[in-house]
Each structure stands twice: as structure tokens, then as C-alpha cells.
Design a protein around this ligand. Structure first.
Ligand code: NAP
Length: 659
């Protein structure tokens, strides 16, 4: 095994003599967020009075929700400067992240509302650079006297596959990554449509153990994201363990050896086989483009594109373009190409709710980058603020209040307030009385479909060369798109931003577990379920990252979910090694109880509300894709092993009494 590289996050924190550059500090603090500086100051001094003074002026986690008087801001900067220089001067150690009541008070002050004890505990782990220790040496590290051999195949080298590999690597467990594409990065490698980018802020949308203080924008675009994932993979020397251009066809469990046989196809079509004790599927959910089922689509005479399989050589300039679909991908494509096309006709089946974010297009100033890199712990506290802003804060607004009479427009009081805010935003963008308003106003409660950050969508709709068509599409003709009113909209190219085949999880791979059971038969094949989204009964030692019911619809960050899952996987592997068990398998009872709870919770969520449709639900209407829990709940659930839920034993049917 490779020696783990020097990736420990502590290496990102300046040594106690780091910020001795006084001029740099003074400038950086002007660019930095005052609430974040406040947290660093309280960490360094333990002085609570700063919190009390700042509290009345902070109403939320984002910098634009902080309205401290200039005098107080200046005092915080001055005090922090003095302390940082003193620390640097006499070489004292930085105090650790506080715990308990002080931490809870700090976090609550910085986000303008009480965060609660659970959140404080979770954030203590996330804030602490030393928490990144998923493994221990000894048997876990295959130290020579391990009672069983342990190795893994990871399917997919995207965000989850990279995380899985790093966690295994830290534990000293050999692994091979099989990746169908030619590079690391998964979704950020595959998606190349114009405007492609993330809508979770990057200082949060990154691995907990690999902060990047150099993001050019708060919300980075595809190329920069892809580079981040490639860089992380290379820093951890994953390339020698990765076989690119290999597509997994099947994985079959052998009960005698308690090992999986994974068959994959090479670029030249030849098939090969590899075996491993553990298989980690990290294939993602949104990677197989879904083409719309429209009569005559294949007869179109111009260029036909899909957002998820974009032709990077396609030049849209000066062309007449039709775009079908107005989800997250469409909302990024259309405003990006609109200024350069001759005509853009957008075919909308149903509108999305959209919120503005003042930081969405902002670049990160050099001063802020300096602060992130050099002011100790600044980046960690900043990540917490984003975490809160983009994680569970919305959850309450998504739960149906049975006593609320929202008339189909909203599901509870908070949801109604959000609706009013978004309606006002639409009106402010399009102008009072605009004929576009009835077309873009969703007829379902906010958050029923995935919420979108405004990508200058409404501003784009006002352009002379853009038309929004809400009539049903009846067919595609060689010359264009025909709508129910009989008009054929003649175009040079059709862009299908129509989403992905999400519900057939793990397809087209054939996964065969204990007793020859085929996963696709159990999942029927689009009703995927898994304990913690990670383990299925009958499939020992098989783990699915970002599996069923783990996508995030209320906010958050898929990287966080993957890391929660990997910590859980590592607990299973450790238990196997500690106890000399060849197999770990979730019980039917634990799986069924978990799925029952997931379904029960979803029944009360906005995406199950009558009339709300989204890719979160399978054709039968069951919510298979998204997590019903708050992130903090999922973090807790994946943070320990329930001995009654997982059976450890030999390769065959696990003995019921082995815990
Ligand atoms: P999507 O959200 O599933 O949207 C597909 C769009 O195509 C919808 O507007 C849908 O209309 C429409 N559509 C599908 N079939 C159609 C048909 N036959 N005729 C007319 N319209 C049709 O797909 P997506 O935009 O690719 O996004 C999928 C997910 O990927 C997102 O929810 C998100 O999780 C992720 N994503 C994230 C980002 C980001 O972070 N910024 C960017 C892109 C994607 P209906 O709504 O009426 O079904």
C-alpha cells in the first residue's frame, strides 16, 4: 500500500507563527466576513462578551445577513489582529475548537438562531481538523496478522469513489477503482453543457478533509470542480489504483469464499475479472441521460443534444435552438447560451421554484482567499456557516403541517412565507403584470421539485430572442418541434435538458448476491431500497454510496452524505477485521424497519404532496431517491453500528446469533 500522503487537514492550518504578515492580515480582515472573524476571535480568547455584542446584528449565516455597526467590526478586527500577532510572536499553540456550551453559543450566534446540541456535536467533528482519522493501525491496517484478508473494488471514480478510496487507503486496505470514463470526477467530468456548475457553495461543497481555499468563485463551474476532484485524487495517489475505461458488467457473490467476482469490459471490448472481499458501488444516480419520449425525435434533421451527454464541439452561436426541459440543467444552459444564439425557444412542461443568492456569481476576492488560507481556523468556521445556510435550515419548511390550509399553494406557515418571497422575486424580475408571470409561477408548493438558485433565468426570459412555450409538445418533425396548437417551431438544434434515468439504480450492472439473488429483481427494478442507503439484505459486503434515499432535496451537500456513508462502511470493515468475520450483512428486519421509517417520513414531506411530480419518485410514486432525514440525523445514524442491524459471520447465510 502507498503511505498515506500528507493530506491531513491540519496541514492547511498555519503553524502558530503563520500569520506574522501584519499588512496581509490587516488587508485580509477587511475582506473577510465579520461573523467568521468573530468566531476565530472567541476561539482564541474564550471571551464570550464578543458574542453578546454581535448577536443582535446577525440574523442568518450569510455575510449579507450580518449588520454589525462598523465600530464593532473594527473592534473585532483590531482585537483579533492583536491576538493573532501575539500568538505568532510567542509561538503559542492555537487553542482547539471549543466544545459544549461555548461551541453551541458561538455557532448559534454566527448563524442568528439556536443550532441545538446535536448540531454542535456534528459540527465539532466537522470543524476539528483532527477528526479525519477514519482508521486505526493494527489489524485494520492489514498489519500482517489480520485474521482475514481484506480488499475492495470500488465501482466509479467520481466524487464518492474518490472518497471511498481515500478512506480505505487511510485504513491500509488495498483497493482497485474501476471507472468507465477516462478520468476522475464522475458527474463533473461527464457534464460539459454550457453554464454547468454547482449550486452549493464550494467552501462547503468539498471534502471535509480536503478544503480548498483557492476557489475562484463561491459557486464554481464545471472545469474548476473537475480539476478539484482530479487534484484530490492525484494528491492521494489514486491513479495507480484506478483502471479507467473499464465498465463493470456484473458483480457476483460467492458464499464459499465470501468474496465478490466483478466482471468488467475493457475499452477494446475484452472482459476481465477481479475478485474482492468488499464491493463499494460509487456509480452515482444522475449519469445516464434520459431522452424525452416524443414522437419523431429521431427524425429531427438538425443537431440533437442532451445536457448530460453534451457535444463539446457544438457551436450554438447564431443558431435557432429549442430547449426541452427547465430543471437544474436547463436553468444553467439557457441563460448561458441565450446572448449568442439567434433564437432560443424554451419548452417548459412545468416551472421550478427559484431563489436568488447574492453570492451566486461572485468571485472570491484575493483578500478573502488570503483569510481562508492564513487566518487559523477561519476556513473551518466559514464552512460551518455555509453548512448551516445550505443544510438543514430548510427542513421544517418541507414538512406538511396537517392543520395548514395552504389551498395547494403551500404546506405550512414557513413554506408559505418562502412562497411569498419567491413570488415577489419573480415579480421584481419580470415586472408587475408581466404576461410571463402566470407561465413561470409553479402551481405546487415551494420545494416540491428541487429548488434552483437563480441563474438569471427571469432576466433571460425578457430577452427579445427568447420565447417561453408552455403548450404541450406533440411531436418532433425534421424541421423542429410541434406543439399542441399546431405550430411547428423550426430550429437548427434541439437541446434536451430532460434529466437522467435515476430510478434504475445501479443499472445496467447485474448484481447477484447470496443464494443467486439478483438485485434488479428485488428492486423490481426501479424501487431501490437500502439500509442507510448503503446495505441490502442478501448482498453481504456490498455497499452503495449515494444509494437509495440518499440524494438531498432539502439542501446540503452530497459529499457530506458520502462521507457519512464511508465512515459507516469503515465501521463495518473494522468490525469484520477485529472479529475475523468474512461477511457483514444487514438483517431483513433492520432493512425493512429503516425503509418503513423512510417511507413514513416521506409521506409527510412536500415532494409527496398531491400533484407534485419530480424525479425523486419512481413510476409507482414511491420516493426512492431523496433522504427524508436532516443531515444531522443521518450523521448520527451512520456514526455507529447497531449490533442488532448488522450480522457479521462467515460467507454464507449469517448465523442469526452473531452480532
Ligand atoms: P430534471 O430536474 O429531471 O429536469 C428535467 C426537465 O425536463 C424538467 O423540466 C421536466 O419537466 C422536463 N422534461 C422531461 N421529459 C420531458 C418531456 N418528455 N417533455 C417536456 N419536458 C420534459 O433534470 P436536470 O435538470 O438534468 O436535473 C437533474 C438533477 O441533477 C437535479 O435535480 C440536480 O439534483 C442535479 N443537477 C444539479 C445541478 C447543480 O448543482 N447546479 C445542475 C444540474 C443538475 P417536468 O418538471 O414537468 O417533469
Amino acid at each position: 500500500m502507498d503511505t498515506p500522503p500528507p493530506s491531513h487537514p491540519a496541514s492547511h492550518i498555519p503553524a502558530a507563527d503563520g500569520p506574522s504578515d501584519k499588512a496581509g492580515l490587516v488587508e485580509a480582515m477587511k475582506a473577510a466576513d465579520s461573523a467568521t472573524l468573530l468566531l476565530v476571535l472567541v476561539q482564541l480568547t474564550g471571551e464570550r462578551h464578543w458574542l453578546e455584542r454581535a448577536r443582535p446584528y446577525i440574523s442568518g449565516p450569510m455575510n449579507y445577513q450580518e449588520k454589525m455597526p462598523d465600530q464593532l467590526r473594527a473592534e473585532i478586527r483590531e482585537a483579533l489582529l492583536a491576538h493573532l500577532l501575539a500568538f505568532a510572536g510567542d509561538g503559542r499553540e492555537w487553542p482547539p475548537i471549543p466544545e459544549g456550551a461555548l461551541l453551541e453559543e458561538m455557532l448559534s450566534t454566527a448563524v442568528g438562531e439556536p443550532i441545538g446540541r446535536d448540531y454542535a456535536a456534528m459540527m465539532h467533528q466537522d470543524l476539528d481538523p483532527d477528526h479525519y482519522a477514519p482508521a486505526e493501525p493494527g489489524p485494520f491496517g492489514q498489519g500482517g496478522d489480520a485474521p482475514i484478508d481484506m480488499d475492495a473494488v470500488i465501482i466509479g471514480a467520481g466524487m464518492s469513489g474518490i472518497a471511498a478510496a481515500i478512506y480505505l487507503q487511510q485504513a491500509g486496505i488495498p483497493f482497485t477503482i474501476l471507472e468507465k470514463d477516462a478520468a476522475f470526477g464522475g458527474t463533473w467530468y461527464q457534464n460539459r453543457y454550457p453554464g454547468c456548475g454547482v449550486d452549493t457553495p464550494n467552501h462547503f461543497y468539498s471534502y471535509s478533509f480536503e478544503p480548498n481555499n483557492d476557489w475562484s468563485h463561491f459557486f464554481a463551474k464545471r472545469d474548476e470542480l473537475w480539476r478539484y476532484f482530479e487534484d484530490v485524487a492525484d494528491r492521494h495517489r489514486l491513479r495507480p489504483h484506478t483502471r479507467f475505461g473499464t465498465e463493470v458488467i456484473s458483480a457476483t457473490y460467492d458464499e464459499t469464499s465470501a468474496r465478490w467476482t466483478v466482471v468488467f469490459r475493457e475499452r477494446d471490448g475484452a472482459t476481465e475479472t477481479v475478485t474482492a472481499r468488499v464491493v463499494i458501488s460509487a456509480v452515482g444516480v444522475l449519469n445516464r441521460p434520459k431522452w424525452p419520449e416524443i414522437e419523431g425525435l429521431e427524425s429531427f434533421g438538425g443537431t440533437l443534444l442532451h445536457s448530460g451527454a453534451w457535444d463539446p464541439d457544438f457551436d450554438w452561436r447564431g443558431k435557432r435552438i429549442a430547449m426541452i426541459g427547465t430543471g437544474a440543467s436547463g436553468h444553467q444552459i439557457a441563460p448561458t447560451i441565450a446572448p449568442d444564439v439567434a433564437e432560443l425557444t424554451i419548452f417548459q412542461r412545468s416551472p421550478h421554484w427559484v431563489v436568488p443568492n447574492p453570492n451566486y456569481f461572485l468571485g472570491v476576492s484575493e483578500g478573502k482567499k488570503w483569510a481562508l488560507e492564513h487566518i487559523p481556523f477561519y476556513a473551518r468556521w466559514y464552512r460551518f456557516q455555509l453548512f448551516w445556510a445550505f443544510a438543514d435550515g430548510l427542513h421544517d419548511a418541507l414538512r406538511v403541517d396537517p392543520g395548514w390550509n395552504g389551498d395547494g399553494r403551500s404546506i405550512n406557515a414557513a413554506n408559505d412565507r418562502h412562497r411569498a418571497f419567491m413570488e415577489r422575486f419573480i415579480e421584481s424580475e419580470l415586472g408587475e403584470g408581466s404576461p410571463l408571470i402566470p407561465k413561470v409561477l409553479p402551481d405546487y408548493p415551494p420545494y416540491g421539485k428541487r429548488i434552483l438558485i437563480d441563474n438569471r433565468w427571469y432576466a433571460m426570459l425578457r430577452r427579445d430572442n427568447v420565447a417561453l412555450v408552455t403548450d404541450d409538445i406533440v411531436a418532433v418533425r425534421p424541421e423542429g418541434v410541434e406543439t399542441a396548437d399546431g405550430i411547428v417551431h423550426e430550429v437548427d438544434a434541439i437541446v434536451c435538458a430532460t434529466g437522467f434515468q435515476a430510478s434504475r439504480m445501479l443499472a445496467p450492472m447485474e448484481i447477484v448476491g447470496r443464494d443467486g439473488v439478483q438485485l434488479r429483481k428485488i428492486w423490481k427494478p426501479d424501487d431501490a431500497t437500502a439500509y442507510l442507503g448503503t446495505m441490502m439484505p442478501g448482498f453481504p459486503n456490498f455497499f452503495t454510496l449515494l444509494g437509495p434515499n440518499t440524494s438531498l432535496a432539502h439542501g446540503g451537500n452530497a459529499i457530506f452524505v458520502t462521507e457519512c456513508q464511508m465512515r459507516f462502511v469503515m465501521l463495518c470493515i473494522k468490525q469484520m477485521l477485529d472479529g475475523g468475520h468474512e461477511a457483514a450483512e444487514v438483517t431483513d428486519q433492520a432493512h425493512d424497519a429503516y425503509v418503513e421509517d423512510v417511507d413514513r417520513l416521506h409521506d409527510g414531506m412536500v415532494w409527496s404532496y398531491p400533484g407534485v411530480k419530480s424525479w425523486y419518485r419512481n413510476p409507482a410514486g414511491r420516493v426512492f431517491a431523496v433522504l427524508p432525514y436532516r443531515l444531522v440525523d443521518f450523521w448520527k445514524m451512520t456514526g455507529s453500528l447497531d449490533p442488532a442491524a448488522i450480522r457479521f459471520g462467515g460467507g454464507g447465510r449469517p448465523a442469526p446469533d452473531i452480532a
